[in-house]
Write a protein that binds this ligand. Structure first.
Ligand SMILES: [Zn+2]
Length: 62
């Protein structure tokens, strides 16, 4: 399992999402449920927290 850092593009909430596959195959974002929005929202894939994670190329916009 890889722990990915996701950020909701609607409310900005960041969270950890565990997945057994490389999320970046979907691109730089993924459509998932956001607890704060209580709805499915685009989640920006910020990177992952493991050393062994696949290389993620994400432009972080602050
Ligand atoms: Zn949200």
């Amino acid at each position: 399992m890889t722990k990915w850092i996701l950020k909701c593009m609607t409310c900005g909430e960041e969270r950890i999402f565990e997945a057994g596959f490389n999320l970046t195959i979907f691109g730089s974002k993924i459509y998932l449920y956001c607890k704060k929005c209580k709805a499915n929202r685009d989640q920006l894939i910020m990177g992952c927290v493991d050393d062994t994670c696949p290389t993620v190329k994400v432009d972080v916009i602050d």
